[in-house]
Design a protein around this ligand. Structure first.
Ligand code: SAH
Length: 255
């Protein structure tokens, strides 16, 4: 059975693709890539004669037809997605449509934008006693979210929050987060645009002032919003240390 390899391209820096993903890319005869976000520098890795098709202007049926045709001709096909394919990648509908053509899919993961943003900040998202939970979510826009996952409800937990696809609605995002009751106007927020790209921008503030800062920076897309008390650690110290490196804490690798 022929197989399409769904590859996570990573957040932007072409060196942040996995070794496995890069190998797949170098062996492919056809690469269908998400042109709006994938760094085109990665296409330089394609072997001579390989074809690269931007999926941005294509409908699902066209994308699938293009891949099915190449596979039928014995070609190796890679579907290149930004970040990790499993996060807002719309891969399930592609996998299902491919299955209807008798085509299998394999997914090679990638570095998702939120993790590149945290890396750029030098920020751990899970600090003992502060937050041990990371939520990846988005505010409802043209794409609806289930009622129980409305941003206001998610915000009620007060955990570390990574919001995708939402920076164009900063005012609404902030209003929802405050309405949740667990965050305050003083809760720290970082907005990272184009994480890991050469022109990455990091804006830091609080729920009280982040909207204005983001507006002044001119960021309206391709950014993640990180929210939560963990972000104070770089400025105010870490408080409770983790048990992992505690001399008195016995674990499997240190008895
Ligand atoms: N699959 C991708 C997400 C695709 S949805 C991933 O795992 O990262 C597109 C959204 O991802 C954008 O609206 C933005 O919120 C975020 N995004 C993608 N690349 C980004 C980057 N380099 N820096 C910041 N945010 C990014």
């Amino acid at each position: 059975m022929s197989t399409v390899l769904f590859v996570g391209a990573g957040p932007g820096d072409p060196e942040l693709i996995t070794v496995k993903g890069l190998k797949a890319l170098r062996q492919a005869d056809l690469v269908v890539y998400a042109g709006s976000l994938v760094n085109r520098a990665l296409l330089a890795e394609l072997k001579p004669g390989a074809r690269a098709v931007d999926s941005a202007p294509l409908a699902l049926e066209e994308i699938v037809a293009c891949m099915a045709e190449a596979l039928a001709a014995g070609r190796q096909v890679v579907r290149l997605h930004t970040g990790d394919p499993c996060i807002y990648g719309a891969i399930q509908e592609q996998i299902a449509a491919l299955a209807e053509h008798g085509i299998a899919a394999q997914v090679i993961p990638g570095v998702t934008a939120a993790f590149a943003a945290a890396a750029g900040l030098g920020q751990e998202l899970t600090l003992p006693e502060v937050s041990q939970t990371v939520i990846i979510s988005r505010r409802e826009g043209r794409t609806p979210v289930p009622e129980r996952e409305k941003l206001e409800k998610i915000a009620a937990l007060g955990a570390t929050l990574c919001l995708y696809l939402s920076v164009g609605m900063m005012e609404e995002v902030v209003a929802d987060l405050l309405a949740g009751g667990a965050y305050a106007p003083s809760t720290p927020v970082a907005v990272v645009s184009k994480a890991s790209w050469a022109d990455e921008q990091r804006i830091e503030g609080t729920l009280g002032d982040i909207t204005e800062k983001v507006r002044q920076a001119g960021i309206s897309r391709q950014a993640v919003i990180l929210v939560g008390e963990v972000l104070n650690a770089r400025h105010q110290g870490v408080g409770e240390k983790s048990k992992l490196y505690d001399r008195n804490f016995v674990h499997g690798f240190r008895t």
